[in-house]
Design a protein around this ligand. Structure first.
Ligand code: SF4
Ligand code: SF4
Length: 174
């Protein structure tokens, strides 16, 4: 035999493996171990009585509902460059640009919509933005509505969302 060939022992060849019963027993043992632990100590169960009980361990890397940020002088940070909409894999960002009159830049969004029913919360829009104008740090992770329109966030809604982790103002230049 060629000395460079390494023969690997085939798994599942023994009688114990072929019976399957020991493996099934091991699996059921783990299931019943957790069942017993959960029944005897309810605090060990990692579930919340949501929405009455809200999670308290959300980190600032969590991707929640979007917001559009303001600069330190309260002007809108977005310059309507469309990079977020271009990067969006769900094509769920819709922007209409208009001329800017506050002397900061050339453009700003006249309308800015995000269809959260299409959004996959990937965060690519946040990464693509050169102005730190869009963030997903609102800490809002559930949205309730009666029709599809309730889930389409417009510019004013996005601007009204607050940052949940204390970083309110855009890091973009003023
Ligand atoms: S999080 Fe992803 S899918 Fe949602 S709007 Fe941003 S880029 Fe699009
Ligand atoms: S949010 Fe950012 S990436 Fe999107 S249009 Fe505004 S400035 Fe450009």
């Amino acid at each position: 035999m060629n000395p460079n060939i390494k023969v690997v022992k085939r798994h599942g060849a023994s009688l114990t493996d072929k019976l399957y019963l020991p493996a099934i027993y091991d699996g059921v043992k783990v299931t019943f171990k957790h069942l017993f632990e959960n029944v005897t100590d309810i605090n060990a169960v990692d579930t919340l009585e949501y929405p009455e009980e809200q999670p308290t361990d959300i980190t600032n890397r969590y991707r929640g509902l979007h917001r559009l940020t303001h600069r330190a002088d309260d002007s809108i940070a977005c310059v309507a460059c469309f990079l977020c909409a271009t990067a969006c894999p769900s094509s769920c960002i819709f922007i209409e640009a208009t001329e800017r009159e506050d002397g900061h830049d050339e453009k700003m969004p006249q309308s800015f919509f995000i269809d959260t029913l299409e959004c996959v919360f990937c965060g690519y829009c946040v990464e693509a933005c050169p102005c730190d104008a869009i963030r997903m740090d609102t800490g809002i992770f559930s949205l309730i509505g009666n029709n599809r329109e309730d889930f389409v966030m417009d510019r004013e809604q996005l601007l009204s969302h607050k940052g949940a982790f204390g970083e309110e103002v855009s890091r973009a230049r003023t």
